[in-house]
Write a protein that binds this ligand. Structure first.
Ligand code: OGA
Ligand code: MN
Length: 279
């Protein structure tokens, strides 16, 4: 077996070529190769892998601990991503995936952000529904030396309310109360990883910068987000049924291009839990 890794974007993303579904579990080297390529490229695309849910979860277990909280799907470890409330009763929350975000910045408990997320396309949208990725490591690396220093001590409040307001600007009192049940979190703007690499922690869950006038802090966060997600820094995946994409949630920011609520689009997602706090 020869696996090759072919770069897709200038800044982020690579396609994994030469691996078949049957090899994922048969050879531990595949998981090791994938983990290394993920660290280097942020996003890995496996076109036409046609992964079944059980194999997807089993492969993810080779990468780390899998999130098995209920996911509107019979296979433990699978979460069904769909805007159709018949397929996912929490579908309304998923519209927030239309804004740039990092998964797991506002957990219920003290969980660390997820390490990696896997999506397999079961059904695709007729229009929209691409997934876009940008590197959060590059977002830090591209700052000027002065900015890297001046932003070093900033801390940012993240909330579910901020994420949801992006797509539901005028919530009902019930919606607002439900969002506010989720505790807010304070994270540093700059994440220094165990590897020594640094990334920016940005996206829809950011509410304001601690100790800065709210509007000023939001303007700063917006401008940093805009700079790291310009089209030349983005890999946009156009899905075909059977594609699988894995991203490094620690060093990548992502979003879905809008698609209608009645769309057949259905992604089967598995989350590999994180072991690293944002610090
Ligand atoms: C997610 C997510 C994007 C998509 O599952 O965390 O952001 O394209 N999905 O469905
Ligand atoms: Mn997401």
């Amino acid at each position: 077996m020869t696996i090759t890794i072919e770069k897709l974007g200038r800044a982020v993303g690579a396609e994994v070529v030469g691996v078949r579904r049957e090899q994922l579990l048969a050879d531990r080297d595949v998981a090791d190769t994938v983990m290394q390529a993920l660290e280097e490229n942020g996003v890995l695309v496996f076109r036409g892998l046609h992964l079944d849910p059980e194999t997807q979860v089993a492969f993810c277990r080779l990468l780390g601990q899998v999130d098995t909280s209920p996911g509107h799907h019979p296979v433990p470890g699978i979460y069904r991503v769909s805007l159709d409330t018949a397929k996912n009763s929490s579908a309304s929350y998923l519209r927030a995936t239309f804004d740039w975000h990092i998964d797991g910045c506002t957990p219920e408990d003290d969980a660390y952000p997820q390490m990696a997320t896997v999506l397999t396309a079961k059904a695709v949208a007729t229009s929209g529904g691409e997934t876009e990725f940008a590197s959060a490591y590059k977002a830090f690396d591209d700052l000027s030396a002065e900015e890297q220093t001046s932003l070093r001590s900033l801390r940012v409040v993240h909330s579910l309310e901020a994420s949801q307001r992006g797509v539901t600007a005028e919530p009902t009192p019930e919606q607002l109360a439900a969002w506010r049940k989720r505790p807010t979190k304070v994270h540093p703007l700059i994440w220094t990883h165990k590897s020594g690499r640094r990334s920016l922690v940005l996206g829809a869950s950011t509410d304001h910068v601690v100790g800065m006038p709210v509007e000023e802090g939001r303007a700063l966060l917006d401008s940093l987000l805009r700079r790291c997600t310009t089209p030349d820094r983005v890999y946009r995946h156009t899905w075909s049924v059977g594609d699988t994409v894995i991203w490094d949630n620690r060093g990548v920011i992502h979003r879905a291009a809008p698609y209608p609520a009645g769309s057949p689009r259905e992604m089967l997602r598995t989350t590999v839990l994180g072991e690293e706090p944002i610090e």
